[in-house]
Design a protein around this ligand. Sequence first.
Ligand SMILES: Cc1cc2nc3c(=O)[nH]c(=O)nc-3n(C[C@H](O)[C@H](O)[C@H](O)COP(=O)(O)OP(=O)(O)OC[C@H]3O[C@@H](n4cnc5c(N)ncnc54)[C@H](O)[C@@H]3O)c2cc1C
Length: 472
Amino acid sequence: MPSNSYDVVVIGAGTGGYVAAIRAAQLGLTVAVVEKQKALGGTCLIWGCIPTKALLEHAHALKVVQNAKEWGVVIPEGMPAINMSQVHSRKDKIVSGLTKGVEFLFKKNKITWIKGTAKLTGSGTITIVDGETQTVEAKEIIVATGSSPRSVSGIEIDHKRIITSDEAIHLPQVPKSLIVMGSGAVGVEFASIYRRFGSEVTIVELLPRLVPVEDEAVSAELEKSFRKQGIKCLTGTKVTKATAGASGVELEAQGSDGKTQKLSAEILLVATGRGPVTTGLNAEGVGLALDRGYIKVDEFYRTSVPHISALGDVITLGPRPHPQLAHVSSMEGILVAERLAGQEVRPLNYDHVPGCTYCDPEIGSVGLTEAEAKRRGYDVRIGSFPFGVLGRAKMAGETEGFVKIVADRKYDEVLGVHMIGPRSTELVAEAVLALRLECTVEELIKTIHAHPTFSEAVGEAAHATHGAAIHA
Ligand SMILES: Cc1cc2nc3c(=O)[nH]c(=O)nc-3n(C[C@H](O)[C@H](O)[C@H](O)COP(=O)(O)OP(=O)(O)OC[C@H]3O[C@@H](n4cnc5c(N)ncnc54)[C@H](O)[C@@H]3O)c2cc1C
């Protein structure tokens, strides 16, 4: 095989692309990855999951210090404060450690990293148009070009006063005031971070509740907690105008009653979602079918062009929104690599995708919400258990929230688990396995949960679904 010819060429080294590349190489295929950034890892490692969760850990550290008195920790005179340059240097060290880790894995698996921007020039050829310019041949191409922040019409992002998450992870100073537009995972995580760091935070959400994809009970609990923390929540409210000035942003927002109010803040963070990245890729030129810019794929991530697959944030699978999550893109990457290596693969079940939101309090959920289960015609049974009565939660001083189970009355099958409260993003793993194994509520009850742990809340919620929790 000529040196610029590979079994598989992956475009984009995000969590979808780099994982697909590693798996394909593990299975004996020759692999190259084209990535235009200076580091590997894509949105998740450079601008997304990793830097935001690092900032949230800083916010959590500050929360513990602020409550030092309760913990019996003596702090010398003065209010604890956050030092942003130390925050950023720690966060950046974590990010660069992880991106270099991916580089190491590429070397270990003999994957070639071609530095530059890829353009599709045929079903088996790719031209690198900047960086290490060349044309490479591939038996199979995987497009994993991901997504980037997008605004809504009429709101122009200037990257200084009106910013996206890409800038929010690098703010050199804590803004006095911050308006967050959109209350999905990205919006509420930044609201938590900057409120804890000391900003006056307002969330403006178009839909009637925060985190609208979550179970309604979770949304209500989050709003209650955010209000307690001093985060102003304007739900059912649309930002109609935003004008950036030298010292801040002036906004107009319209409530569901039609009334307009004026808002102002030092910074407006637009967190209204992300759009697909296909600019310069020549996707349509080679015949890829697109839907609103997303690449259309089937359940095995085959595009409309033979020998070109696509996965991750850049794809659409049909009418149902495709979850833009790192773990989803990675699972899709593994599936595509195994298919290309000739292994038998089965479609992913998107009802079993866990959603983790690392705001304070954390949210972890998987499966059907109560409303969705009812919409699908299930005779639904619900059980809920509050963290507030759990010994382990009391010890940690983290007593907000609950675990809620949605089950089918007829077969006792667990259809969904929704939790908000301490360690929910970890606790959800048990629920994901329960759904994967088509577990009944009875089986969750019979599962021994260690004491004293947060996970007891899952066992107790299962008891509650059958009519009686032991400790509530
Ligand atoms: C603030 C924030 C927080 C998030 N937190 C979480 C979280 O906690 N958990 C979670 O699961 N998900 C989270 N996400 C979402 C997650 O980051 C994405 O779903 C995931 O990164 C998608 O992976 P991907 O491989 O599809 O694309 P991406 O990670 O976007 O990678 C695409 C790569 O392709 C490269 N590329 C694009 N076009 C070309 C080209 N023509 N040539 C060469 N290279 C190209 C880009 O430079 C990029 O590196 C978060 C996202 C954001 C923005």
